[in-house]
Ligand binder design. Structure first.
Ligand code: SUG
Length: 445
């Protein structure tokens, strides 16, 4: 078996982080809509988490913010004139559209793509499919730039294969790694890929409070394209969890190594899927560890409020696993108690670390939403653009960059401010040299 490491690529929070109230079914986003955000604090909170992961010995990368407000999307909706005029007119005539085209939502890189490591795929390459994010307009405009970024970073065709996003239409949604997990004996060993879906794209769902975003057919297509079908299990999100606000499965479940940590109410017909997992894992030489959290220990509402399951479950270099949790999971008594017990017990979780990610949490994005996991062998890691891999010096430089460029207060009415567009572009222009990505943004081309 080739040795491999898991690199977390966190989304660097963009300068237009705001509370647009854009995501129906995401209870935090719906509740925060119209509030005042602090983009500077949001970006610094994210960087603090990245630094802490690095200090735990876990390799860390970043993916850049997307350019927002996104002028090409406004032009596609009929706005004309100079870029500044387009944004100002958007603010006056179509403020909701401007909010949608200004969201910093690409920060939640768990939704950027689905990735299969080379140890899982038939052709021995790492496969990438950017998520179409079709369920929400503001997110559906992310995938062309996401694809460009991933192709720029993972450019070496000897190691990396890029697929197009799943074609959209109707309910053919794909939300990327947020609905995808992997079970394995260790990162570099062949893994079982767990695709969690919410519905069939061709199924009518009547009277659901909130609709699921991930289509089974999209997940199946990705498994086929990546060449992982033999080592794949599909499992359905429960209606109960979706309707309680689990718009992505990573709000109620997370995998790492042999462990699946999940809420009792996360899945439909879980025993059928768990049997399939046991059988396939046996063929791969490991025994899966199903770590269920009962509704009596942690009610579903607490799970969704606290984002216990949106923690990052990570393997530590010295052995054991750490949970990287949001402060909200410490403030919620049921989840705090569950975590304390888990760490004190003999299970896989040996450490827990809480972080203040409140700016992102208020839009429904916890620690796990903020990162895209990429398992890479040493040769694959050596083949990527090094500028996006972090060390202490780079984190410090990025913190200084945020402090120099970001506002500490932003609300909906500010988005039409033409000075904001200029500020954002000056910041992103500088960032591309800082992380060695070249002229990657549309406004630079
Ligand atoms: O898609 N929120 C994101 C949160 C994504 C969380 N990701 C994972 N669970 N992996 C979403 O709903 C809110 C934006 C706003 O309302 O301004 C938003 O897009």
């Amino acid at each position: 078996m080739t040795q491999a490491v898991e690199v977390n690529f966190d989304g660097l929070v963009g300068p237009t982080h705001n509370y647009g109230g854009l995501s129906v079914g995401n209870v935090a986003s719906m509740a925060s809509g119209g509030g005042v955000s602090n983009p500077k604090a949001a970006a610094l909170q994210g960087l603090q988490k990245m630094r802490a992961l690095m200090n735990l010995g876990i390799p860390q990368g970043i993916l850049p913010p997307h350019e927002r407000p996104f002028v090409p999307a406004l032009r596609a909706m009929g706005f004309t004139g100079s870029d500044n005029e387009v944004v100002a007119a958007g603010g006056k005539r179509a403020p909701v559209l401007l909010r949608n085209t200004s969201s910093a939502s690409a920060m939640w890189t768990a939704n950027a793509a689905t990735i299969s490591p080379s140890s899982d795929t038939e052709d021995g390459r790492v496969h990438f499919t950017p998520a179409n994010l079709a369920a929400m307009y503001h997110r559906s405009i992310e995938h062309p730039f996401t694809a460009r970024v991933l192709k720029t970073i993972f450019a070496d065709e000897a190691h990396f294969t890029h697929h197009g996003a799943i074609p959209t239409g109707g309910a053919m949604g794909d939300e990327g790694a947020a609905n995808h997990g992997r079970l394995c004996s260790e990162h570099g060993a062949p893994g079982l890929e767990l695709f969690v879906y919410g519905r069939s794209a061709f199924e009518q769902l009547d009277r659901w409070r909130f609709l699921p975003r991930q289509a089974l057919e999209a997940s199946q297509a990705i498994a086929k394209a990546h060449g992982v079908t033999d080592s794949t299990v599909f499992i359905r999100q429960s209606q109960k969890a979706v309707e309680a606000g689990a718009f992505h499965n990573d709000v109620v479940g997370v995998t790492n190594g042999t462990t699946l940590l999940y809420h009792e109410d996360a899945y439909e017909e879980k025993e059928v899927a768990f049997d399939a997992i046991r059988r396939k894992a046996e063929g791969m030489g490991f025994e899966p560890h199903f770590l269920e959290v009962s509704a009596s220990d942690v009610p579903l509402e607490d799970a969704i409020r606290s984002y216990l399951f949106n923690s990052q479950l990570v393997s530590l270099p010295q052995g054991g696993m750490a949970l990287i949790l949001p402060g909200e999971a410490e403030a919620t008594s049921s989840t705090r108690a569950w975590v304390a017990n888990a760490v004190a017990g003999n299970g896989p979780i040996t450490e827990a670390h809480y972080f203040d990610l409140n700016q992102s949490m208020k839009n429904g994005g916890g620690p796990a939403c903020l990162r895209l996991r990429v398992v890479l062998t040493e040769a694959e890691k050596a083949a990527i653009g090094p500028g996006v891999l972090l060390d202490e010096e780079k984190v410090t430089a990025l913190e200084a960059w945020v402090t120099r460029h970001y506002r500490d207060r932003l609300e909906a009415d500010d988005l039409g401010d033409p000075y904001l567009l200029d500020e954002v572009r000056a910041a992103l222009d500088e960032l591309t040299s800082l992380v060695g990505l070249g002229s990657i943004y549309d406004f630079q081309r």
